[in-house]
Design a protein around this ligand. Sequence first.
Ligand SMILES: Cc1cc2nc3c(=O)[nH]c(=O)nc-3n(C[C@H](O)[C@H](O)[C@H](O)COP(=O)(O)OP(=O)(O)OC[C@H]3O[C@@H](n4cnc5c(N)ncnc54)[C@H](O)[C@@H]3O)c2cc1C
Length: 607
Amino acid sequence: MECKTTAVVSGDVNDSIDMPDLPRRQFDALIIGAGGGGLRAALQLANADASVAVVSKVFPTRSHTVAAQGGMNAALANVLPDNWHWHMFDTVKGSDYLGDQDAIEYMCRAAPTAVYELEHFGVPFSRLDNGSIYQRPFGGQSQNFGGDQAARTCAAADRTGHAILHSLYQQNIRAKTHFFDEYFAVDLLKDDQGYILGALAFNIHNGEPVIIEAKTTLLATGGAGQLFRTTTNALINTGDGMGMALRAGVPLQDMEFFQFHPTGIAGRGMLITEGARGEGGYLVNADGERLMERYAPKAKDLASRDVVSRAIATEVREGRGCGPNKDHVMLKLDHLGEDVIQKRLPGIRQTCITFVGIDPAVAPVPIFPTAHYTMGGIPTNRDGQVVMPVKDTPEEPVPGLYAAGECACVSVHGANRLGGNSLLDILVFGRAAANHIIDYLSENRYHRPIDSDSLESAVNRMQRWDRKGDGEGESVSGLRDELKMVMENHCSVFRNDEVLAEGVAKVEQIVERFKHARIDDHSAVFNTARVEALELENLLGVALATIHSARARQESRGAHSRTDYTERDDINWMRHSLYSLDTGLDYKPVRTKPISVDSFPPKARVY
Ligand SMILES: Cc1cc2nc3c(=O)[nH]c(=O)nc-3n(C[C@H](O)[C@H](O)[C@H](O)COP(=O)(O)OP(=O)(O)OC[C@H]3O[C@@H](n4cnc5c(N)ncnc54)[C@H](O)[C@@H]3O)c2cc1C
């Protein structure tokens, strides 16, 4: 590994390789994405004296991790008895038995350390009276393998992601991580042996491109919530890393499993954290009934997210929805009292007042399921290495390429993620990927030359959008809006073959029309029009993977709920899907064997 002060200094311009005349910078490790996953990895690398560059299309502390509210799971047992094995059981059950049990064991065992590390980085966790870290109950958590409710979610009020992201950013500044703020990564660069060697990016402010050469590249670009019209996700969550992986020939795994969070503000999509129900909030229908008693008699409002989302959608479909259009249910929090709401849920209170003019300390809030989390993504092993099937082998690492965070699929969430497990996932596997990169760098000490075809193709992609529209072709923004509507109408909480088949045809048609699209003149400031076009191309790849995988999976499992195949089918479908742009769909087995304990065999999932 090169030290920051040796011959190839972090950020030096290197003209030794024959490539187009573009500025070039060299680093040991390139990290694309400055959310919790990317920053945790960067910190580990910088502290190990690797030269690290982090590229982010927004200022790092605006990455979407900042929006995480309720908290992060770890079996600390500060409030109720707990241990990592119970956490593992809940996660396997929550995943509807599609999660890989070795990765889940690894994550649940590592969770307490991950929390204590954050505490030492300066994260101001909420505290109990005895000074230990506050933990709240979240959905799908249990004691003793399915017994009483557990309290496992470590929180900094309802601003946990904000606290984590700012602490990690400050630690990275101290460790001298190099940041390319507001740079857009266009595509991965590689050599003719398939080694991934960095990326082409450009400065969003002035459009200047830069080749970032690196011995290793980590994708940490977050999820793809912008696939859907109503979403809790920010505008930046466009699945760019997944798009880059697809174009590099890497298939996407388990994309049919998209989480719809039960409590988005109806019609708007802003999230009300599950922590609100963890603090004692509950859902009521138009008749004032606590509706979850019907669907999850034991866990009630703290059943797993897929279960609660389906319950709300069913209430509305069966005519028990609230409001003039009977199109939502209500989340009741006012019985908790103003003190609890102000202490534990201050951000939620403000969001409700700002966006719907309702103070939850006084009145219930209208809610409906909202697109929230991408369970699938770029397939990796526990070390964060991107893996794909190669010739006759089941799968092999792509040399130099890593992925961590919401863009990756390791797979700890399987068919349904438990609340509080994503912050945990991004931190545990961001760190694990960095540790593997450190080893890789010690064996791969020199930069390899980038293949000119790979660079040319990335440059061409970027330059396509230099030309403004000539009046012909459809606008990028129009196509993007249409894609989001199609995905919302054809690939939502409930699905069936007829609806999905129509959706596949519509998405494929938008992909064709995009080839002749033009960028919008009105948004051609600071290169935002170009960014939006490149983002839409990424979203289209992710949409194809999602809707094709959803149509093919003829069963109901976790968040994938088919009205024409209502049962889980472990004989035919307990397998991961893989969708590639070149070869379409393929499947691989679930890793049911944990590292050190017995497997949890599939059972009926009751809450
Ligand atoms: C409203 C909300 C609340 C949530 N609350 C919780 C919670 O309480 N607990 C929990 O466990 N999980 C929660 N989640 C989920 C969790 O926050 C996310 O899954 C997680 O933070 C994702 O982190 P990440 O590092 O993978 O990506 P992100 O934080 O999304 O960061 C992605 C990064 O990639 C960069 N990027 C993307 N594309 C490009 C490109 N082309 N070029 C350059 N840079 C690029 C972005 O600029 C950004 O820096 C919540 C999610 C939402 C939406």
